[in-house]
Design a protein around this ligand. Structure first.
Ligand code: FE2
Ligand code: FE2
Length: 304
């Protein structure tokens, strides 16, 4: 048996409450005596804060795995893009290095085997395939790509922030003349495909090994059935930014996958769909009256 402790969406750069929770989460993780501690992404936009959060778990003596979330690859200033620190460089080089320096294995290119169980993972992404098709007559894919909405009820404007803060350049030597994100960057569909391929490759690596079962970790929501559809907008517009059927298909096509840990939606779940158990236990945004009194409630303990 292997004991996994899991949490996600620490958002340590969001509020003092988020930041202060980390020490208490660490205490809970130490007390839980896990064999594996997994963080499911959305830790902080700055690599320094990301590293601080991971390093806070140094007293938890076990294997530690992490995937990045969308907030972790945000660009803090446009000058970073020009200085080789685009979202792709953060994802492929900067964050894996910071993770390793703080005792964590960054899941993306290489699967991990711990006590006969395979672990594969990646951030995942969204390709609007989790949108509510009921609105397809009035909402085009182009509108989802731009990610700006006006609420029909309140008139309030919404923006999906990744459209502003994620700059994953196709070509690092690209010149920023014109500075158009859509010309220079991978599309959401391309990022989703990259993630699905990475997950497939890790599952292929594990197919050649004698593993009893496989645990997958993704930041984004790994199955459409985990989302709530209200048939109302703007709520259902945002489901478009929660996952990708391409990644869902990769997960569903591997019969050894028994558990999937995920984050992003800030709604805790523990649901079994077609024989796979999906677990999320996010911290989410604290402050302004939202506090966590019992940190252990933000740490899922799953024995496999
Ligand atoms: Fe989050
Ligand atoms: Fe997220």
């Amino acid at each position: 048996m292997i004991r996994i402790a899991y949490t996600s969406d620490l958002h340590v750069d969001y509020s003092n409450e988020n930041r202060e929770l980390v020490a208490r989460l660490k205490e809970s993780a130490v007390a839980a005596k896990p064999d594996v501690l997994i963080l499911g992404g959305d830790i902080a936009a700055s690599p320094t804060d990301f590293g601080w959060a991971l390093g806070s778990f140094v007293e938890v003596k076990c294997r530690k795995l992490v995937v990045a979330g969308n907030h972790d690859i945000w660009i803090e200033s446009k000058s970073d893009i020009l200085n080789g620190k685009d979202s792709g460089a953060k994802y492929r080089q900067i964050l894996p290095k910071v993770a390793a320096e703080n005792g964590f294995e960054f899941l993306f290119e290489k699967a991990v085997i711990i006590e006969g169980i395979g672990f594969a993972g990646c951030m995942g992404w969204f390709d609007y395939s989790f949108r509510n098709p009921k609105f397809d007559d009035t909402t085009t894919l182009e509108q989802y790509r731009v990610g700006k909405w006006q609420s029909p009820s309140s008139g309030k404007n919404f923006l999906w922030n990744d459209m502003q803060y994620v700059w994953w350049l196709k070509d690092l030597s690209a010149k920023m003349s014109g500075f158009t994100r859509n010309d220079l960057c991978l599309s959401d569909i391309e990022i989703s495909t990259l993630m699905a391929k990475s997950l497939s490759q890790q599952l292929d690596q594990l197919a050649g090994e004698s593993v009893r079962q496989i645990v997958v970790v993704t930041h984004f929501v790994p199955n459409r059935g985990l989302l709530e559809y209200r048939d109302s907008i703007p709520h259902d517009y945002f489901n478009a930014y929660h996952g990708s059927v391409e990644i869902e298909r990769v997960i569903r096509s591997n019969s050894k996958i028994s558990h999937v840990f995920f984050g992003h939606s800030h709604v805790a779940k523990d649901v079994t769909i077609d024989g796979i158990r999906y677990v999320s236990r996010p911290v989410g945004y604290l402050g302004a009256g939202r506090t966590v009194t019992d940190a252990s409630a933000k740490l899922a303990i799953v024995e496999i």
